[in-house]
Design a protein around this ligand. Structure first.
Ligand code: ATP
Ligand code: MG
Length: 588
């Protein structure tokens, strides 16, 4: 059923129309003679407020509006992987081919290619009873990605017929006998982007998402199915960090959502991503990545939708039983779009002009993360980890998007302008960040280091103590400090340079395997345990600082594997013993 209406007035991307009967909130509408894409966001009497996803210039009152009777849905099926989509799931790459770099408004391209054929291999057979979420078969979508074809949620019955062969996304691959009659099975189905996809059961989070980035994995880990926020001012490394995680995290599928308004913010990623090599397969990373980005001249409203599209795609792959990492860069742009829409709707603004429901919307987004038992028979487990960058204006973390996000996420990686300025990257401030997944991580890490909790706590404790000592040093000068404190400053420096700092561009150090992370941290902490008694016995700090092993420990991160760390341990003991002997101190 489609309802007709007429445009009454236009305010930027907001169009007000009067319909012949009352339409539904959330319905997708075609606006004006060009048939621009829009969504009904509010009703007031007979007036419907439509948020347009395309530029409304030239649109005039009196032009027709058609309510499609359907919400904004994502098309789910083979053909999404490896593409770049805009916020309303039109393929950017394909649209470009059609209309040039600036998308012609109203251009209709169905998200999934209708003509492409996919080789389908059924895994169910005639007579099988199936229920929503069950896997019907597989399609090798890219060399690195196997697409599992799901029976859509809410459907159940007995397989009447199913064929193996080559199909387009719309052609029937079989039929299902259901209580209400036969249903044709296809490679694709649709899902409303604003509605979370259902699952059977939420599982406790029990596995860390390993990223190969030391400050993350060791100090502020995120769990598979967990959430993390990356707030940071201009140029503090948000985008690089998300790229590093896309590249190295042990997730099967990566969804990158670029909400940026400036085309160039995402253009860089879009330009470089296809060139990245997947360290897992040696093939191209894009083969298991989807990018949702408004690189075109679309209005802010499309940004608002893009985050929901990205998460819906993520849930779809989760439902296949994959570990998915969804990354949004940056959620501040999404929140600004929300503010813009709210302003046009003349809603009463709350903090900094954001609508009062900002907090609820942020919560709803992060609630879509999780590790779940999927729908369907059996115990298939999938996870969706959600990581969101936040760009607080002026790097001020007390602004609403940062503070509300802080309440809902499990990990908070606070990026620090001063660290970035000193080129300490990743610029994660270890004093302001937190992770609620430490218990999960600790269990997992114990296979690499028995006393992981303790080693980590000692290291973090030293870093915290050093921060306090530095305050004093600023006033009285470092040389006036007692040697015990100067040793802590030295070890903190070793931890910073030898462990926390990790260049995304260093051939070896860009990725650090867990075993090496544990060994590196342990050796620096052990250095402290060995040096501390020497200082207590009156050996001057300068003597400890001058040991050859000190700079060596800071360079170990750049050596391949853990063998150099084992060798350094022997050398460290030798040098400490020699120093102790020199001063006739019995080493521990
Ligand atoms: N892990 C890293 N290793 C080395 N250099 C880094 C790292 N992270 C960030 N940088 C440096 O910092 C620069 C800025 O990083 P990035 O573009 O990620 O910042 P941003 O926070 O996304 O900025 P914006 O606010 O403009 O979006 C990079 O171009 C790079 O030179
Ligand atoms: Mg950025």
């Amino acid at each position: 059923m489609s309802l007709r209406g007429t445009i009454e007035r236009i305010n930027g991307s907001l169009v007000v129309a009067r319909f012949e009967a009352e339409p539904r909130i959330g319905d997708l509408v075609e606006v004006g003679k060009l048939g621009l894409m829009g969504e009904i966001v509010r009703l007031s009497g007979e007036e419907a407020f439509i948020q347009c996803y395309e530029a409304t210039s030239g649109l005039k009152p009196g032009e027709p509006v058609i309510d499609t009777g359907k919400p904004l849905v994502a098309e789910l099926g083979p053909g999404i992987m490896g593409t770049i989509l805009d916020g309303v799931e039109r393929s950017e790459t394909k649209l470009w081919e059609l209309t040039g770099p600036f998308i012609t408004r109203g251009a209709r391209i169905l998200p999934l290619d209708r003509s492409k054929r996919w080789g389908f291999e059924p895994t169910v057979k005639q007579g099988d009873k199936v229920t929503g979420g069950d896997i019907l078969g597989t399609v090798q979508e890219t060399e690195s990605f196997q697409h599992r074809i799901l029976l859509p949620p809410g459907v159940e019955g007995t397989i009447e017929q199913i064929s193996r062969g080559s199909f387009t996304v719309e052609e029937p691959i079989g039929t299902l006998k259901t209580a209400t009659g036969p249903v044709e099975l296809r490679l694709m189905h649709t899902w409303p982007v604003r509605r979370p996809r259902p699952f059977k059961e939420r599982l406790p989070l029990s596995i860390p998402l390993v990223t190969g980035q030391r400050v993350i994995d060791t100090f502020f880990p995120v769990a598979k199915g967990g959430t993390a926020s990356i707030p940071g001012g201009f140029g503090t490394g948000k985008t690089v960090m998300l790229q590093q995680i896309s590249k190295w995290a042990d997730a099967d599928v990566i969804i990158l959502i670029g909400c940026g308004e400036r085309g160039n913010e995402m253009a860089d990623v879009v330009a470089h991503f296809p060139e990245l090599t997947d360290p897992r397969s040696g093939r191209r990373l894009i083969e298991r990545t989807v990018i949702v980005a408004n690189v075109s001249n679309m209005p802010v409203s499309a940004r608002e939708a893009s985050i929901y599209l990205g998460i819906t795609l993520g849930e779809y792959y989760r439902d296949m039983g994959y570990d998915v990492a969804v990354m949004a860069d940056s959620t501040s742009r999404w929140a600004e779009a929300l503010r813009d829409i709210s302003g046009r709707l003349e809603e009463i603004p709350a903090e900094s002009g954001y609508p009062a429901y900002l907090s609820d919307r942020i919560a709803e987004i992060y609630e879509r993360a999780g590790r779940v038992v999927t729908l369907g028979s059996g115990q298939r487990v999938g996870s969706l980890t959600l990581l969101g960058a936040v760009s607080p204006p002026g790097g001020d973390f007390s602004e609403p998007v940062t503070t509300h996000t802080l309440r809902y996420v499990g990990t908070f990686w606070a990026l620090d302008q001063e660290l970035a300025f000193r080129r300490h990257f990743p610029a994660i401030n270890w004093l302001r960040s937190f992770s609620k997944y430490l218990e999960v991580a600790s269990q997992w890490w114990s296979k690499y280091e028995r006393n992981w909790d303790q080693v980590r706590a000692v290291a973090l404790g030293l870093l915290e103590e050093a921060a306090e000592i530095e305050e004093t040093a600023r006033i009285i000068g470092e040389k006036a400090l007692p040697d015990e404190q100067r040793l802590i400053l030295l070890v903190a420096e070793m931890l910073r340079e030898g462990f926390l700092v990790q260049s995304a561009f260093h051939e070896v150090d860009k990725f650090c395997e867990p075993e090496k992370q544990a060994a590196l941290l342990k050796i620096i902490v052990d250095f402290y345990s060995l040096a501390e008694p020497l200082i207590r016995h009156g050996i001057p700090i300068e003597k400890v600082r001058e040991l050859d092993i000190v700079p060596e420990l800071m360079r170990l991160k750049e050596r391949e594997g853990i063998k150099p760390i084992e060798e350094a341990r022997i050398e460290m003991k030798r040098q400490i013993e020699r120093l102790a002997k020199e001063y006739e101190v019995a080493p521990r």
